[in-house]
Design a protein around this ligand. Structure first.
Ligand code: FAD
Length: 423
């Protein structure tokens, strides 16, 4: 069933901006509020990039618009508004590379598709290698990447220095840089713009986004989904899509489904702005750190997940201290820079560092979870693939390797060598 469209939102353009400015006209609301309807064709839990993208592609690619997105908080309040927005497709397995490359393709056209400036900056991505084992993994990744048409190559320390002169690549450091995997199409995006761009477009197509609406229970009859109970009332629906990342296992518990997920906090930090000197995204797995610089000049740092499972979203002093020591080994020249903010989000980690997506043994209950520390880059392709899976009630081909059944069958998609710390 399709729902009546809200009038398409005002077109954003330089001309429109000037015209509204001169005529003192206000911009219309981007997201509309609704009462909960008694039933929907599809209920999506989670208004992060995954839930919003799935709703957008259900509407645009399949004409399914009687869709509700429910979020206990606000749009982008989970990992989608807390991540460091690094995008890349230079993974290790053929399944992973093909999947993330499709996402990069969608991201490249997203500003045009959504009429929203998402500030995608393909500034290049360097994964540093500090020992022979890491160099071997980089070569492996480069070969798989090239076979699948992804631009990625191994470079030596001198070349690393040419790309990023501020990195210390001298041989007398504790962990000398031996080389790197260089991925020129990798880069960063403005995550809030992506979230709001998808939300605005989905809203205009008739999707209802219900913020401050917590899912408390999911009703099933005879092994199939029939409804959802929320903090604002009950809804009947034959389809529920779980897009709740760090909270995913709590939602799966509601239909008695156990997934191999463990939730860990992940922290990040940002410095005061300085003149732009770092042009690519730089990652060091061995030093548990990565860094990029925003257009405003702030350095954005991240690291590995906190060691203990937890649902806490507080930053810690241990994190900042460790981060500073690792970063200064890479770039001693920034020692006087001040950290302005730090924060944390929740990551649903899987044993093989790949997501769990698609159909489940509970009929009508679909999952798009297991996004760990690397799920932002997968938002568009996941939305597209889950919309296809729901519309045709079968696993979309591009995510066939990521079904939950791989754990019982022993067909893990091992991405640890490309996903740990690397984002
Ligand atoms: C510090 C940090 C840095 C990161 N950096 C990167 C990066 O550089 N690149 C990258 O690709 N990935 C990165 N990630 C990972 C990425 O942010 C996540 O994988 C991704 O945002 C997950 O998106 P999502 O839409 O699945 O879930 P989320 O954005 O987490 O949204 C889940 C939503 O579910 C809602 N919810 C939960 N329970 C309920 C309930 N019971 N009822 C209703 N709603 C509920 C929450 O309120 C939340 O809004 C990072 C994560 C963190 C924390």
């Amino acid at each position: 069933m399709t729902r009546a469209r809200t009038p398409y939102p005002a077109k954003y353009s330089a001309f429109g901006l000037a015209r509204r400015g001169l005529r003192h006209r206000k911009w219309p609301r981007t997201i509309h509020s609704h009462d909960l309807a008694p039933s929907y064709d599809v209920v999506i839990i989670g208004a992060g990039v995954h839930g919003l993208a799935a709703a957008y592609y259900l509407a645009t690619n399949h004409g399914i618009t009687n869709v509700a997105i429910l979020d206990k908080s606000y749009i982008g309040s989970g990992g989608s508004g807390r991540n460091t927005a690094i995008l890349r497709s230079n993974y290790l397995t053929p399944e992973g590379v093909a999947f993330y490359e499709r996402s990069m393709e969608l991201y490249r056209g997203l500003a045009h598709d959504l009429n929203y400036n998402v500030m995608f900056s393909q500034r290049g991505h360097l994964t540093l290698a500090h020992d022979d084992g890491a160099m071997r993994t980089m070569r492996w990744r480069a070969e798989v990447n090239k076979l699948l048409g992804v631009n990625s190559e191994v470079i030596d320390a001198a070349e690393v220095h040419r790309v990023e002169p501020r990195l210390d690549v001298s041989a007398d450091t504790r962990y000398p840089v031996l080389g790197a995997l260089y991925h020129p199409p990798g880069g960063t995006i403005r995550h809030d713009a992506v979230n709001w761009g998808y939300a605005r477009a989905a809203d205009a197509l008739g999707v209802e986004i219900h913020q401050q609406t917590e899912v408390l229970a999911i009703d099933t009859v005879g092994g199939r989904v029939v409804g959802v109970r929320t903090s604002r009332g009950s809804i009947s629906t034959p389809v529920v899509l779980n897009c709740t990342a760090g909270w995913a296992s709590l939602i799966c518990d509601m239909v008695d489904l156990r997934l191999p997920l463990v939730t860990h906090p992940l922290q990040a930090a940002v410095t005061e702005p300085v003149k732009v000197f770092l042009h690519s995204v730089v990652v060091s797995g061995s030093r548990h750190v990565y860094v990029s610089q925003t257009d405003r000049g702030e350095l954005v740092f991240g690291a590995s997940v906190d060691a203990y499972p937890s649902y806490s979203m507080r930053g810690s002093l241990e994190f900042t201290e460790e981060l500073a020591s690792h970063v200064l080994e890479l770039m001693p020249s920034i020692s006087a820079l001040r950290v302005m903010r730090q924060w944390a989000g929740l990551c649903d980690m899987t044993p093989d560092y790949s997501p769990i997506m698609g159909t489940t043994p509970v009929e009508g209950f679909f999952v798009d979870v297991g996004w760990g520390t690397y799920g932002y880059k997968a938002g568009p392709v996941s939305g597209e693939a889950l919309a296809d899976t729901i519309a045709h009630s079968r696993q979309a081909p591009i995510i066939s390797a990521f079904n939950l059944d791989r754990f019982a069958a022993g067909r893990l998609v091992g991405e640890r060598g490309a996903a740990s710390v690397g984002h």
